[in-house]
Write a protein that binds this ligand. Sequence first.
Ligand code: PLP
Length: 441
Amino acid sequence: MSKHQPQELTNERIEAQYDEYLMPIWKSLNVPLRRAAGCTVEDFDGTEYLDVFSGISVTNVGHRNDRVVEAAKDQLDEFVHGCSYVHPNKPVADLAERIAEITPGDLQKTFFCNSGTEAVEGAIKLARKYTGSKEVVALEMAFHGRTLGSLALTGNKAYKDGMTPTINNVTHASAPYSYRCQSCADEDGCTGQCATDIEQVINTHTADDLAAIIVEPVMGEGGIVVPSEDWLARVRDVAHDHGALLVVDEVQTGYGRTGEMWASEHFDVVPDILTQAKGIANGLPLGALTASAEVADSFGAGDHLSTFGGNPVTCAASLATIDALQDGILDHTRTEGEWLSDRLMELEEQYDVVGETRGLGLMQGVELVDPTTTGPAGIAPAPDSELAKAVGTHLRESSQIIMGVGGFHKNVMRFQPPLTISREQLERTVDSLEQAIQANT
Ligand SMILES: Cc1ncc(COP(=O)(O)O)c(C=O)c1O
C-alpha cells in the first residue's frame, strides 16, 4: 500500500505515525485526540475523557471555546499574517493595549512571540539591555523552557542531560519548597530561609553584575510549589537592592489559572518584566513579555524580532480569551479552587501517602509519598513517583480522567483543568483520585 493512501483513522494508526515520523522526545498519554470541547476530549475509538490537565495548563477557557473560535475565524477571513512590526495591525495593537490594562502597576509595553520559552529569552535580553549587566539568578527546580538560554535558567538536570553548555552567567538559589526544606523541617511554618538564600547566592556565587532574578510565582513543573506570602516581595527587594530586575514568569500561572489574572497579584507584587504564554490564547500559539515603558524602551530597533510573533489570528483569539475570563470565569476559578483545596486537604488528612496538597485557584498539586521511607536529606517522607505514575494510569484507564503527573520528583498529581470545570466534574475527579490511591496502595 502506498504510504500516501488514506487509511482508517484509529488510535493505533496515529500512534504508529508518531513512532515512525515524529522525533521521540515524549511518552504520550496514549489518548490521541479526535475532538475536544469544554473539559472533554475524545479519541478515535469514541472514548470521552474528562481533561483536568488542559494540554499542560493551556485551554483555560475550555477546549474550543465558542468566543475564541469565532474571533479566530473572523480574523482568518481578514488576513492571517502581517508580521507584527512590518504591517502594524489592529489585533496586535488592541491586544497590547488590553494587556497593559489587565497587568498590574506600570506594566505597559509588550513584545509578542510564539511560546513561553521565547518570552523568557526575550525577558532576559531586555533585562540585560536595561541594566547593562549580565548575570541572572534563577531557582533550583524552576522550569523556564528548553532553548539554550531558557534551559540555563531551568533548575533541573533532567532537562539538561547531554545539552550543555547552555548560556553562562546563570546561578541558582533555593526554591521556596517548604515541604522539603531543611530550614523549615523543624518549624511550624516557613522560616523565609529560601529568600535569604538568594541574597547569599548573589554574594557568594556572582560578581554582583546582576541583570535579573527570574522566578515563577507558583512553580508549575517543579510540583505546584506555592511560596510563603511575603516571599515574592522579598525577592523583588533583593533584585532591586542589587540593581537587577525582577522577571516573573507567569507562563503557567497567568491568564486566570490561580484565580487572579496573574499569580503575582496574590502577593501584591508588580514584576519589572512579566512573561506570558500557555493560556494567553487558549491553545493558539502565542507568547508575550510585558514591561514598564521605561524598561521596554531600552530595546531599540533591531534588538529583537520574531517573524510569526504577534500573529493577528492568535491575538484575536487572545482578546476573546481575556473577555471570557473576565466574564465570570475568574470568579468561578476562585470559588471552585477553594472547594478543591478543602477537599484535597481531606485526602491529605486521611491518607498517609498524600504527603502534601497545595495550590492556588485551579492550579493544585497532590504530592504522593512513601510514608515508610524518609526523603532526601532526611526531610519528609520519600517521594513516590511509581505510585504517582500508577495513579495517573489508573485514572486514565479506569475513570477516563486525564490528570498530569509531574514535579521535580515526578510524584505530584497536577490539577490544572479548564477553568470552566463544573463542581460535578471536580467531585468526580477527586472521588476517582481517591479510588485510584486506594487501588494502588
Ligand atoms: C513557567 C514556564 N515558563 C516557560 C515555559 C516554556 O513554555 P513553552 O513550552 O511554551 O515554550 C513553561 C512550560 O511549561 C513554563 O511552565
